[in-house]
Design a protein around this ligand. Structure first.
Ligand SMILES: NC(=O)C1=CN([C@@H]2O[C@H](COP(=O)(O)OP(=O)(O)OC[C@H]3O[C@@H](n4cnc5c(N)ncnc54)[C@H](OP(=O)(O)O)[C@@H]3O)[C@@H](O)[C@H]2O)C=CC1
Ligand SMILES: O=C(O)[C@@H]1CCC=N1
Length: 281
């Protein structure tokens, strides 16, 4: 599917952290130019940042921004979703694709708030989209045509890899890959803290931990790499890594990671419920 051109213009409503990562990823792909991208903000200084860093069009009027767009992405937080959907609903044009990045608003609620002539898709990108290395789970609403699906697939392929899932699975993805980069970075911090506890200077400790993650990630990205194989390459039988791996499990690594994922999924479900109950009828 990714051999199709990326559909443009692309409009991002809410120029926050995730929107900027998507802008960076799309521009980096070389398949989209700054003039293909429009982003809305509510603070002029944020608009200036985005304009000067990426050369994109910046607007404050969400309804005006969606005019003529091929794809409209909802990139505001839960608190602004209902308001922004109400603003753009009368301005959306038949055939447009609306992609919600919100973890908190379900397809049924999105479709109820938006005209029946637009295709609604939910996406759960993560910040690696900014370097073209994102994995973006997607789930489609009831009015999605093959063209709309292909347009969205192509767009996220430009920032890494799209992955189509059910809406239920998207909630799991939120708790695993949407949040996941933060957990990985926290692990790097913990590794650096451990190095410092054993006498390393902060700068060297941070470099050791960061270098370990970046090097390990590159090995994992090699064709055919498996975590089991990569672990075996490090863990000399009867050696030091084996002892460390045992300590990780004894002290609950799998349980702790499982707990973080479960809490994330539970919170995503609670927020979706809250959002459904507070939506204007
Ligand atoms: N960050 C991530 O890694 C991920 C985020 N998401 C989802 O993406 C969405 C955005 O998250 P994130 O980027 O982190 O949050 P941010 O708070 O960074 O971005 C939201 C942006 O929307 C702006 N905004 C608010 N109201 C309006 C409005 N009426 N018109 C235009 N812009 C407006 C905010 O402006 P101001 O700066 O003034 O507050 C802010 O810059 C959320 O729904 C989140 O769940 C999903 C997956 C991963
Ligand atoms: O923390 C959040 O709520 C969002 C959703 C997944 C990643 N960031």
């Amino acid at each position: 599917m990714a051999s199709h051109p990326v559909p443009t213009p692309i409009v991002l409503l809410g120029g926050g952290k995730l929107a900027e990562a998507i802008i960076k990823g799309l521009l980096r792909s070389g398949q989209v130019s700054p003039s293909d991208l429009r982003v809305t903000v509510r603070r002029p200084e944020r608009g200036e940042e985005l304009r000067s860093r990426h050369g994109v069009h910046v607007l404050t009027d969400n309804a005006q921004a969606v005019r003529g767009a091929a794809v409209v992405m909802l990139a505001v937080r839960q608190a602004q979703m209902a308001e922004v959907m109400a603003l753009i609903a009368p301005a959306l044009e038949p055939g447009q694709v609306v992609v919600s990045l919100s973890s908190d608003v379900r397809l049924a609620q999105l479709e109820a708030a938006l005209p029946s002539t637009v295709a609604v898709i939910r996406a759960m990108p993560h910040t690696p989209v900014g370097v073209g290395a994102g994995l973006t789970p997607l789930t489609q609403g009831t009015r999605v045509t093959e063209a709309a699906r292909q347009a969205t697939d192509t767009l996220f392929a430009a920032t890494g890899q799209p992955l189509w899932v059910t809406e239920e699975q998207l909630t799991v993805c939120t708790g695993v890959s949407g949040t996941g980069p933060a957990y990985v970075f926290r692990f790097v911090e913990a590794l650096a803290q451990a190095a410092m506890a054993h006498g390393m200077e902060a700068t060297e400790a941070a470099a050791l931990a960061r270098g370990t993650l970046i090097g390990a990630a590159k090995l994992l990205a090699e064709p055919g790499a498996t975590t089991t194989g990569l672990i075996a390459e490090v863990a000399t039988p009867g050696g030091i890594t084996v002892a460390g791996l045992e300590a990780l499990e004894t002290h609950g690594l799998s349980r702790v990671v499982g707990e973080a994922v479960s809490i994330g999924i539970q919170r995503a479900k609670e927020r979706a419920e809250l959002s459904a109950h507070s939506a204007p009828k």
